[in-house]
Design a binder for this molecule. Structure first.
Ligand code: IPD
Ligand code: CA
Ligand code: CA
Length: 289
């Protein structure tokens, strides 16, 4: 049915399902944010928390998607469905709670992130902040919105006066030296840095012009699948640390902002890029052994 539709209608239909799923997970998040004592927290890996609510949100989201498209692939942080399916045209990339540490600590800055790929290309995505009831959405070719109002990246021409989101590689501290050097260079030129703790909202905020740029490494597709489309649809540039489009799906490093800010951030990254990338490569080789 869907393949005969005008692509924009098709993407809108996917987006509507993503939004429905994100809102139902959002209700769970809000309810449990207010009853934090009952949330069960455990550590997946060192400094990597997961709660029963992350898992409940993941399954609520999957149920909603599978109700409409039972054969689709869902790649989620907490669970994947039809992972082996080769005939699924769509893949839904889901972070059921982005900012789990914020959630556990009672810091009201969390989101549900759902990106939709069609034939390998991201065509729709939503990032929903249930605490503020802010819904960021994007559809390929139709721009990006916050609560249905069009959004755009800021129009800064350089790093002067900008607010840039960054993060510490807290789970991969072997990258810390290069990371600090990159952040120091950015800090020297911008007005200030932010480490907010929710990658999908960092991207959504760049799309909305609240932040002027953002860079982070060691991310997973569910952290950025929706947000990177949003930034591009809002007029920004998104690449990996070496400036390649889409390579963030391979190496998890992302840098974005308005075209000028994006270029300036790449310049802050470049002096440490070689060391950084060779560490990434070593890590990848070690994993494949
Ligand atoms: C994390 C957040 C955080 C980022 C981490 C992510 P999680 O996701 O997005 O901002 O710095 O790299 O893993 O674990 O809260 O879903
Ligand atoms: Ca995440
Ligand atoms: Ca998560």
């Amino acid at each position: 049915m869907a393949s005969r539709m005008n692509p924009n209608h098709q993407y809108r239909a996917y987006l509507n399902i993503a939004v429905k799923a994100a809102r139902s997970a959002g209700r769970l998040i809000v309810r449990n944010f207010e009853n934090a004592d009952t949330v069960q927290v455990s550590e997946k890996n060192k400094d990597d928390l997961v709660t029963n609510i992350d898992r409940e949100c993941q399954s609520t989201i999957a149920d909603t998607i599978l109700h409409f498209y039972p054969k689709d692939r869902i790649t989620g942080e907490e669970n994947s469905v039809n992972a082996e399916s080769t005939d699924a045209e769509r893949e839904w990339i889901v972070d059921p709670i982005d900012g789990t540490t914020n959630f556990v600590k009672g810091i009201p800055h969390v989101a549900v992130s759902i990106g939709v790929k069609y034939k390998g290309e991201t065509v729709a995505g939503c990032v929903y902040d249930p605490i503020l009831d802010e819904l960021f959405t994007a559809e390929k070719g139709s721009g990006a919105q916050l609560n249905d109002r069009k959004i755009h990246v800021s129009n800064r021409q350089s790093l002067n006066g900008t607010i840039i989101a960054v993060s510490y590689p807290h789970r991969k501290r072997q990258y810390l030296d290069e990371y600090r050097a990159m952040m120091n260079r950015a800090f020297d030129k911008c007005a200030d840095l932010r480490r907010m703790g929710t990658a999908s909202l960092d991207l959504a905020y760049v799309a909305a012009g609240r932040l002027d740029g953002y860079f982070e490494a060691c991310l997973y597709p569910w952290d950025f699948a929706a947000g990177e489309l949003m930034v591009r649809e809002a007029g920004g540039f998104v690449t990996d640390f070496s400036g390649k489009n889409d390579a963030y799906y391979e190496n998890g490093s992302i840098v974005c902002g308005s075209p000028h800010v994006h270029r300036a951030l790449l310049e802050c990254i470049r002096p440490d890029l070689k060391d950084f990338m060779s560490k990434l490569e070593e890590e990848r080789e070690a994993k494949s052994k």
